[in-house]
Design a protein around this ligand. Structure first.
Ligand code: FUL
Length: 720
């Protein structure tokens, strides 16, 4: 498509500032990877310096990969575990059809540019014939002990032009020397083998997990030595997570922050000095704010430390046959893409091979579908080649010429693009020239509709890439405004696209106060719902904002594409009284991060958990709740903790009520939730008669795995 450009309004000042800025951009104004603030400098000076912290060449190249793959494969694949104990027999490792080429081809077709293999996970089993231990492929029946998974993968990577990375878990539950003085040398030897036997390595992934080894001891890792070995043997590789180049985003959910800074106050890696900086600032990878002005104000150092989003395509990191039907939906995968790659992070998507040693058909199909969707979405940039009214070119590459070229567009005001004809779009892409730092703090995009500028999106950071979705608009004029930035912004890419709609089922949630919200994994679908038990149709109530349902009721919802041609599954949720006035008055035990109050916060994602690693108390566990007023209780509901890990889930229980919170009447003595172990879903228990009471007490007698601890997603009452 040709784009006619309205060049009338060339902003002379803008161009002047462009040249003034580009010519003053000398390399010595920049801080590669780290800036140390002089004492006593003002916040303004700090912010100027923050704008000039830039990535190393390796970090920049890594960022441009956008999508990379994780391959979790080891003895766990055969035992069904996520964390092996370390005492599993190597005999168990016996893939029947292992084909690393099938992995790499599948991943490449899925858009992945690098693949990282769990060469050794926490159980200590080595996928290569290491000389450091016999707990490896050498002792397995696979290829009569002559196989080498690392080698096969590296060769496949070479054949398909795929970059290659290694995951080597410092935590080792098999090595007898773990927790002692010789473990670091043992680990370094393993690292050296992996970094010298297989040619070029592009990423090294050090997991932060540090648990007990076979003799019950924990290890103090020698991070200095690990990093040094890395620099010595593979200087071009980036070192991730517990490494100094790439930061763990802080969750395994697939989502980056809305404000995702690559310039962080968070100090990278595990060296003592870095740990001390983070301790002093009281921050870690999971902290929400790592790079705002307020954070920089407190900091004495800044680092280029970009985020990597690791997430599995399945519920677990390893293959489990039982999860063959739980592969993330297309809508979820696309949502993850927009919230990782589209939030200034790199996506590290785990696709675990099965017991055959192949990526399962269902994962292959989903990856293909995902890639096809991404390709279709970004197939045509409506702004391709467009020049703005101020002479700014909409699209330039992220600078490959790291050493020489600083030629970018500097924006300090609104930039307006006029198209030759009206176009429809629902996706925005923005990129900053991160070779010159990350600077944008706030921006807005507007379109001209009926002669008026109308905001379609606004947000905070951009960084390497920002992607945003919104309701489809049709216009011929678009305006980008950088509202706040650090020392001038360098935008190098501005794109608009039209993405196909993906239908996904509605999710019905209610908070503690009784406010019900409906959403879908893919945005901008039409959701209709009913409250009278009838099935929703396109003429039912259209959901536009949350509504109150404090006393409960039946909500039924469906999602439609905007043309109403396709309809999702119908989702139903039966609510009872909400816990707005409830308060925990006593409990048996709680871990501070999983308090008992989480059991009555209206949020199934949070849980109450008692201690499981130290100071463990055994059953019965209990929680007593004040309802704030007398309520006629007809029964109760129990929702196990969310997610695939169901540890602590209750099997047998007793339930009591009280009018004064002191004298308890037992309404159910030693009841059992049926089939809880195999099917841990929401349970309803109805009593024969109802009771007026102001307090209830739930008591656990045993758990589904015979563990001593308890976990509870949510407790509710049945009053209807
Ligand atoms: C975590 C590990 O404990 C998981 O098993 C998985 O490997 C994930 C990528 O990192 O820390």
């Amino acid at each position: 498509m040709k784009i006619c450009v309205n060049c009338k309004l060339i902003l002379i000042l803008f161009v002047v500032s462009l040249f003034a800025c580009t010519s003053s951009l000398k390399k010595d104004h920049f801080f590669v990877k780290k800036a140390v603030f002089e004492e006593g400098i003002s916040l303004d000076t700090k912010i100027r310096q923050a704008a000039h912290v830039i990535p190393t060449k390796q970090q920049l190249e890594w960022q441009k990969l956008e999508m990379t793959a994780f391959v979790h494969f080891t003895i766990n694949t055969f035992t069904g575990m996520e964390w092996g104990h370390g005492n599993e027999s190597p005999e168990l490792f016996n893939p029947t059809e292992l084909d690393a080429k099938q992995w790499v081809k599948t991943l490449k077709d899925g858009g992945m540019k690098l693949v990282i293999l769990t060469c050794k996970h926490h159980d200590g089993f080595c996928l290569w014939p290491t000389k450091t231990t016999t707990h490896s492929v050498v002792s397995s029946p696979w290829k009569d002990g002559k196989g080498d998974v690392v080698k096969e993968l590296k060769e496949a990577c070479e054949e398909y032009g795929m970059k290659f990375g290694i995951y080597l878990s410092p935590w080792d539950r098999n090595a007898a020397c773990y927790g002692g003085s010789s473990y670091n040398a043992f680990f370094l030897k393993q690292l050296s083998e992996l970094l010298t036997w297989y040619g070029k390595v592009d990423e090294v992934w050090f997991d932060g997990a540090c648990g007990e080894g076979p003799n019950g001891k924990k290890q103090v890792y020698d991070w200095d030595a690990y990093y040094q070995k890395n620099h010595e043997l593979q200087p071009d590789a980036v070192v991730a997570v517990m490494g100094e180049d790439v930061r763990w985003v802080g969750t395994e959910s697939g989502y980056g922050r809305e404000s995702e800074w690559s310039v962080t106050a968070l100090a990278p890696g595990g060296k003592a000095a870095m740990t001390e900086i983070n301790r002093h600032l009281n921050i870690q990878s999971t902290t929400t704010d790592l790079g705002s002005r307020a954070m920089i104000d407190k900091a004495s150092n800044l680092f280029w430390y970009p985020a990597e989003v690791d997430v599995s395509i399945r519920p677990g990191w390893f293959y489990h046959e039982s999860e063959n039907d739980q592969i993330k939906s297309l809508a979820k995968m696309v949502d993850i893409y927009f919230n990782s790659v589209g939030r200034n992070a790199l996506l590290l998507l785990n696709i675990p091979p099965d017991k055959r040693g192949l990526i399962h058909e269902n994962d292959v199909a989903r990856l293909q579908e995902f890639k096809a969707y991404i390709d279709r979405t970004f197939d045509r940039n409506i702004l391709e080649g467009a020049i703005s009214n101020s002479g700014v070119n909409a699209n330039k590459a992220i600078d490959d010429q790291y050493e020489s070229s600083w030629d970018v567009d500097v924006m300090s005001t609104s930039v307006e693009f006029t198209l030759t004809q009206e176009e429809s779009f629902n996706v925005l892409m923005l990129q900053e020239q991160i070779a010159l730092g990350q600077r944008v703090e706030k921006f807005r995009v507007e379109v001209m509709l009926d002669g008026q500028w109308k905001e379609i999106v606004s947000s905070t950071t951009i960084g390497y890439k920002k992607l945003m979705r919104f309701k489809k608009v049709k216009t011929n004029k678009v305006r980008l405004t950088i509202l706040e930035c650090r020392d001038g912004a360098h935008i190098c890419n501005f794109g608009l696209f039209e993405s196909p709609e993906i239908l996904s089922d509605p999710v019905i949630l209610r908070d503690k106060e009784g406010l019900v919200s409906l959403s879908t994994e893919s945005p901008n679908l039409v959701i209709t719902y009913t409250l009278d038990g009838s099935d929703p149709t396109k003429s039912s109530m259209i959901y536009d904002k949350p509504f109150l349902l404090p006393k409960g009721g039946l909500v039924k919802a469906c999602a439609f594409t905007n043309d109403f041609k396709d309809i999702s599954n119908m989702i139903t949720e039966q609510f009872d009284i909400c816990p707005a006035k409830w308060q925990v008055i006593s409990y048996s035990d709680q871990v501070n991060s999983f308090p008992a109050s989480n059991a009555i916060d209206g949020n199934v994602q949070t849980m109450w958990h008692s201690h499981w690693d130290n100071n463990v108390l055994s059953h019965p566990h209990f929680i007593a709740v004040d309802l704030g007023e007398p309520i006629e209780i007809k029964g109760f509901s129990y929702i196990p903790r969310a997610g695939t890990n169901k540890s602590g889930t209750v099997l047998k229980y007793s339930f009591y009520v009280s009018v004064d919170g002191e004298n308890w009447i037992c309404l159910k003595n030693k009841g059992e939730f049926s089939n809880m172990r195999n099917h841990p879903i929401k349970q309803f228990v109805r009593f024969k008669t109802s009771y007026m009471a102001r307090y209830f007490k739930f008591e656990s007698i045993s758990g589904i795995y015979n563990e001593d601890w308890i976990s509870v997603g949510e407790l509710g009452l049945l009053t209807q």
